[in-house]
Ligand binder design. Structure first.
Ligand SMILES: [Zn+2]
Length: 352
């Protein structure tokens, strides 16, 4: 009798463990074969006659990879976020990169695994979508693991179980309501994991968090931190001092800084955004250059270009053309010897 009970118990335990193991697996969503993909081309045809234009390659240092259509749709400022394969495909994204001469991109990767499961399930956990994507897209995509819901131990386990798949950690969107401070102990523990794996971290602080940012940079002098956002750039003198004092901080001058239109980049329709963008094109470039050129000249290796694409229409052909032209016009007005650094070399150097 006892033996039977024992056998039943063992069977139940094995079944439960198998069920949980299956639960932690993510459905495979990247089925495209990108290796034989046709390369897209698009001659640069300016719409604004706003040269001189920089004509070289770019590296997009701030690109949000839509998550696979698993689980509830995420929202930002009330706007539903796109899903990969449903709203935009990897092939379309790579095609725009070809057309823009974007040779690589930092792609923020949201895991669709289940963060609430105990740590033990994260040992040897292959993130099949990320592995597959990395194999298919190679060095066009530098995947950054978004650690939402994962504590430092789980992030550590995921990085250990997926060697060579993730090139960094981020974005930590710390400006959203209810976010912890950048130097909260739980984030500090995650930066320690980045330190252990020698990978950079990208975070976006909220208003009036300069001292918290300083605490982070000071505590981890060997970790390269990438930051961005109007919250930091609204205090240019403070940002200047930050760059002077901490050689481990890098700043991304991307859409969220250059033309966020007070949230219009998120909440506007594509048509509304495009019409504002076109109306202000030259004025915007001149205003932004007045702010950023002196800083780029002062810290020539630590400012980088990015697009911050993450809303459904951000992945369109129209936006690809507009952002490309803005970037070429902005970069083309920088001193010649700094153009390639800002466009792609600084971010490449960060990984070496
Ligand atoms: Zn951000």
């Amino acid at each position: 009798m006892r033996k039977i009970l024992l056998v039943i118990l063992v069977v139940v335990v094995v079944l439960a463990a198998t069920a949980l193991a299956i639960l932690t697996q993510t459905p495979k969503t990247f089925t495209e074969n990108l290796t034989g993909r046709k390369i897209c081309t698009r001659p640069f045809t300016p719409q604004f006659n706003d040269g001189p234009y920089y004509m070289g390659p770019f590296f997009d240092d701030h690109f949000h990879l839509p998550p696979p259509p698993v689980g509830p749709t995420q929202k930002m400022m009330g706007i539903p976020m796109p899903s990969l394969e449903k709203d935009v495909t990897i092939e379309q994204m790579l095609c725009h990169f070809d057309e823009e001469k974007t040779i690589g991109a930092i792609a923020f990767y949201t895991s669709s695994t289940f963060p609430f499961l105990p740590d033990v399930f994260y040992h040897n956990k292959k993130m099949i979508n990320a592995v597959n994507l990395k194999q298919q897209a190679g060095n066009r995509l530098y995947l950054f693991l978004e650690p939402y819901g994962f504590n430092a131990a789980k992030v550590d386990s995921l990085l250990a179980a997926n060697p060579g798949v993730f090139d960094g950690i981020g974005e930590l969107a710390l400006y959203t309501p209810g976010s912890l401070k950048p130097d909260d102990p739980s984030w500090m523990a995650i930066y320690a994991v980045a330190d252990k794996y020698h990978i950079p971290v990208m975070f976006h602080p909220d208003m009036n968090e300069m001292q918290n940012v300083i605490n982070v940079l000071k505590a981890f002098p060997n970790v390269k931190f990438m930051v961005h956002g109007y919250q930091l750039s609204s205090d240019i003198a403070g940002l200047d001092k930050l760059m002077a004092d901490y050689p481990n901080v890098y700043y991304s001058i991307d859409s969220a800084t250059l033309y966020s239109y007070r949230g219009g980049l998120v909440i506007d329709t594509e048509d509304q955004f495009v019409s504002d963008f076109k109306r202000d094109f030259t004025k915007n470039i001149n205003e932004q250059l007045a702010i950023w050129k002196p800083l780029i000249e002062k810290y020539p290796t630590r400012f980088m270009w990015g697009t911050d694409r993450f809303i459904k229409w951000h992945y369109s052909e129209k936006i690809s053309r507009l952002f490309e032209e803005f970037a070429r016009a902005f970069t083309g007005r920088l001193p010649k010897n700094l153009q390639e650094k800002y466009a792609y070399q600084n971010i490449e150097a960060l990984f070496n």
